[in-house]
Design a protein around this ligand. Structure first.
Ligand code: SAM
Length: 278
């Protein structure tokens, strides 16, 4: 396990993924009944953009730094921007970037719950320290796909599973499809968000076809940082949503071109239904 998200925190892929995460959770907030978020590859809660790792890559410059400098931003980004600001209270400029655990926590109401799964011992320890006094957050140092079996279905019967692997292993696409298939058998009506990198387009298309065959309505939202398909770099970022909330696709269709513009994404964006309703 060599992957450390601290090198990539706040990059363009994080911006798209986390903005979308807040839109899904805002939808879940519409009903008073509790919801649960399961974050299967949590990373840590917060990343120091002035730290050594972030400094080595500078990836946040083309992501959150560019976005915040490109205002005004549309109201659809209000929750996301508020989540970023919440970890920077007292700092005149952007110093920290929230990971998915902090973004999800920002969106919880007192009745909601967050389950964080992280296999790397250092990151899991950091999560435990960060959330140790928080009764709404549970930390599980476990393999993501094993945890899905243990945690689903959540007692709330409403909520989101975010699957955001590091893609360090060659068969990650296959593991996701298998894990999702098992998760859907346990909890067919949960909302699932799956992040994937776009490098070589061919394996991505095979992966999306397999997801479509799982039998649930789903669409994918993609933003291409670079035009072209050089397989040796991260050309773009994608997020598949299964069992998407009503009207989420419309909101995204409005938001993605704005993100493209603000992030200077040369390859554009697209939203495609893979299965089910348009
Ligand atoms: N979700 C985070 C966010 O949006 O801020 C970023 C997560 S990062 C892309 C992937 C994380 O998965 C890393 O922290 C890595 O240690 C963890 N990880 C890798 N393999 C795992 C596994 N089999 N089970 C759970 N976590 C794993």
């Amino acid at each position: 396990m060599n992957y450390r998200h601290a090198y990539h925190a706040g990059n363009f892929a994080d911006v798209v993924k986390h903005a979308l995460l807040t839109l899904v959770l805002a939808h879940l907030q519409r009903k008073e009944t509790p919801f649960c978020v399961v974050d299967t590859h949590a990373g840590t809660g917060c990343y120091d953009l002035a730290g050594v790792e972030a400094g080595k890559t500078g990836e946040a410059q083309d992501g959150i730094v560019a976005l915040l400098a490109a205002g005004p931003l549309p109201p659809l980004l209000d929750d996301y921007v508020a989540a970023v600001r919440s970890v920077n209270a007292g700092w005149p400029t952007l110093r920290y970037y929230p990971g998915s655990p902090r973004i999800a926590r920002h969106m919880l109401r007192p009745q909601d719950r967050l389950a964080l799964v992280e296999l790397h011992p250092e990151d899991a320890d950091q999560l435990r320290r960060e959330f140790r006094h928080d009764p709404q957050v549970g930390v599980h140092m476990q393999d993501a796909y094993t945890a899905l079996k243990a945690l689903l279905p959540p007692k709330e019967r409403r909520g989101l599973v975010l699957i955001d692997p590091p893609f360090e292993v060659k068969d990650e696409f296959r593991r996701i499809v298998k894990g999702l298939g098992e998760a859907l058998r346990r909890w067919p009506n949960g909302i699932y968000g799956v992040w994937y990198p776009i490098k070589d387009p061919e394996p991505v298309e095979r992966f999306l076809a397999e997801i479509a065959s799982l039998g649930r309505p789903c669409f994918t939202a993609e933003l291409m940082r670079h035009a072209g398909d050089n397989p040796d770099r991260l050309n773009g970022t994608g997020l598949v949503i299964l069992n998407p909330p009503w009207q989420l696709a419309d909101k995204l269709a409005e938001l993605l071109p704005v993100l493209c513009d603000k992030l200077g994404a040369a390859g554009g964006s697209r939203l495609r239904w893979l299965a089910g309703e348009e």
